[in-house]
Every structure is written in C-alpha cells, then in structure tokens.
Write a protein that binds this ligand. Structure first.
Ligand code: AMP
Ligand code: MN
Ligand code: MN
Length: 339
C-alpha cells in the first residue's frame, strides 16, 4: 500500500478527490451480496462509467451468480468474477463491507491496492481503508453513495436510482426499520422522481420466490425451536437450513435469506437465529435478529462476525450443536436494552 490506513473518518471531499484522481477503479462488495452490497456498488459503478471511468465490480464468494431478486438491476455488465480482478488495483472501493474478511477471495486486494476507499454503515466497521467513509447512522450504504454522487456532481440517472433504491429498500426492510428517517423518505422521493419501477424492484425482493423456497421455508419454520428461558428470559427462536434442504428444493444459499424474516415474527422470542450451511465451503452462516432489547451486533462481533445492532451474523467453523451452545452462552450474558 502506498499510504498507511487512516482510522480517522474521511470527508466526502477526500473521497471526491480520490475518485477524481483515478480513471480506472475496482469495486468490491461483501461476500454473498445482498441488495445493499450490490445496489450501492452498481450505483457508483454506473455513475463513474457514465463519466468515462473504467470500472470493474466483483465480490469474493461463490457461486458468482447474481441472486435472483437482483437479476434485472442495471449495470450487471460491470461485474467480473473475482479471479478476473487485477491483483493490485490502483484504487479499490469497497461497499457495505465491515472488515477485510468480508471480502472473501478479494481480501488480498486490500493490502495490494494503491488506495482503498471504504464506503459502509456497519457499526462493526474496522476502517481497513486508506480512506474510510463510514456512517453508522446511514440507513444503507446505497444512501451514502448518493451523497457521494452529489459531492462529485454526477447525475442521479434512472439506472443509478434503481440500484440505490434496491439497497435502500433492502436495508430498511421496506422502510420499516428504525433507521427509516425523514431523510430516508426524502431520498426515496428523489429516487422515484427519476421514474424507476419501485413496485417491480420491491416485488422481486420481497414478494417473489420459487415454489421450492415456499416448501423450504415451511420446513425450516416447522422444525424451529422456541427456547423461552434463553436470552436471560427474553426468549430465543432458532432453526437450521442444511445443504440437503437446498438440494431437495433446488435452492442456493441466497434463496433462503428470507427465512429469518418469517422466524423473527414470533412474539415469544426477542432473538431469532437461522443457521445455514453454505454448500460452497461447508461452513455455517449464522444470521441473528433482535426486536430491540438486545444488541446482537455486539454478540456477533464477540463470535467473530459483525453487523448492525439488531441484525447481524457470523461464520461458524463448528458443527450445529456447539455453534448453538456458543450463541446461547453469548446471548445469556448480554445486557438488556430498555423496552
Ligand atoms: P444476514 O443475517 O446475512 O442478513 O446479515 C445481517 C447483517 O450482519 C448484515 O449487515 C451483514 O453484513 C452482517 N453479517 C452477516 N454475516 C456476517 C459475518 N460473518 N461477519 C460480519 N458481518 C456479518
Ligand atoms: Mn449487506
Ligand atoms: Mn447495508
């Protein structure tokens, strides 16, 4: 690296200067990308390409396959598989990525890059860039990209807006979560004014799945376990999705992202946990959600992962039983926030 990492937060002006100094940029988002990872990355990628920058975008996990809700996004032609990303980019920009390990196979580009611009909103962000644009109050990384585009003087085209909306609607749970501020709605209005088909974007993300998923969701919920005494008496509900479930119903890991959204509706449990086995590496990908009384973000950091206060995850290298024992133990110790 030509510059040493600066843990101090960067200003938008610093980020603008960095982006304006480069006519070629590599973009990377976190492994197993969600709507905010892909949406924020493609939004900046499209806007930079429109003004003449050479742009490549990627992520470092397999399969290198855009999850089905995002297959109509503009800018998918910017994507190249991780092994086609240059080994030492002059400028690497990362999106929605709290730490180097979340870049997977692209993690080594951080040390090799000339400069690294980190754009993210995770409380657990380790500021691994040479410039770190980290705003834990931002509802999505995609919203931060709009601030950056405004500072760069680049237009919010309809295609860029579709990508931003995808990130915003994903991370606010359709404008339901606490991060949904008046500014979020003002941004949504601006995005809609470009003429995006927000109805189709939302339908793909929230209301469309294969029938195989419907069956798998039913199975995962039917086998779930409610443990009312866990989390210091606030209650835990959890389930697991195995490789055999994915195979049986013709699904990939990204297809079962939504299981936690149904499981967490159980009123009897403060915390919901879904343990998914990743067929690519055999490791357990653990998703956690809380209703607001428990900071699952800190819990997941203590278990080697990260995320937000009420939505977080970690990767477990142990089998299901010991993994759940560690989760129960970590949740038993956690202070309860006021109701
Ligand atoms: P998920 O449960 O996969 O939807 O993730 C919820 C939140 O936790 C997201 O903000 C993720 O970026 C974050 N997260 C999930 N898994 C990990 C992990 N292994 N390490 C760090 N953050 C994670
Ligand atoms: Mn994300
Ligand atoms: Mn995000």
């Amino acid at each position: 690296m030509t510059a040493s990492p600066s843990p101090a937060p960067a200003s938008l002006a610093d980020a603008v200067a960095l982006l304006e100094a480069h006519d070629e940029v590599v973009l990377a988002c976190h492994v197993n990308p969600d709507g905010d990872a892909l949406g924020s990355m493609l939004a900046l990628g499209l806007a930079l390409r429109d003004r003449g920058t050479r742009v490549l975008a990627s992520w470092g996990s397999r399969p290198f396959e855009v999850p089905s809700p995002y297959r109509d996004l503009p800018g998918l032609d910017l994507l190249v598989p991780a092994d086609q990303v240059p080994p030492a980019p002059a400028l690497l920009v990362t999106f929605d990525t709290g730490s180097v390990d979340r870049l997977g196979a692209l993690g080594d580009r951080v040390a090799a890059a000339g400069d690294v611009l980190v754009i993210d909103h995770h409380a657990s962000n380790t500021c691994f860039g040479t410039l770190n644009l980290v705003d834990v109050t931002a509802a999505s990384t995609a919203s931060m990209v709009v601030d950056l585009l405004d500072a760069l003087g680049l237009p919010l085209t309809r295609d860029v807006a579709a990508c931003v909306y995808t990130g915003l609607v994903t991370d606010t749970g359709s404008f339901k979560y606490v991060a949904t501020t008046p500014d979020v709605h003002r941004l949504a209005a601006r995005l809609l004014e470009t003429g995006i088909r927000h109805d189709l974007i939302s339908r793909e993300i929230w209301d469309t799945a294969s029938y195989g998923y419907v069956k798998a969701l039913g199975l995962a919920c039917a086998r779930s376990v409610l443990e009312p005494d866990e989390v210091g008496g606030l209650g835990l509900v959890w389930t697991a999705v195995g490789v055999e479930d994915l195979e049986r119903y013709g699904l990939v890991l990204a297809d079962v992202e939504g299981v936690i959204d149904v499981l967490r509706t159980a009123r009897e449990a403060e915390v919901a946990v879904v343990v998914k086995t990743d067929p690519e590496d055999g490791l357990l990908k653990v998703s956690t959600r809380s209703k607001g009384r428990v900071d699952v973000g800190s819990v997941c950091v203590s278990l080697g992962g990260g995320g937000h206060r009420f939505a977080a995850g970690f990767t477990s290298y142990e089998p299901l039983g010991p993994t759940m024992e560690r989760v129960r133990a970590a949740l038993a110790d956690v202070p309860h926030l006021p109701a």
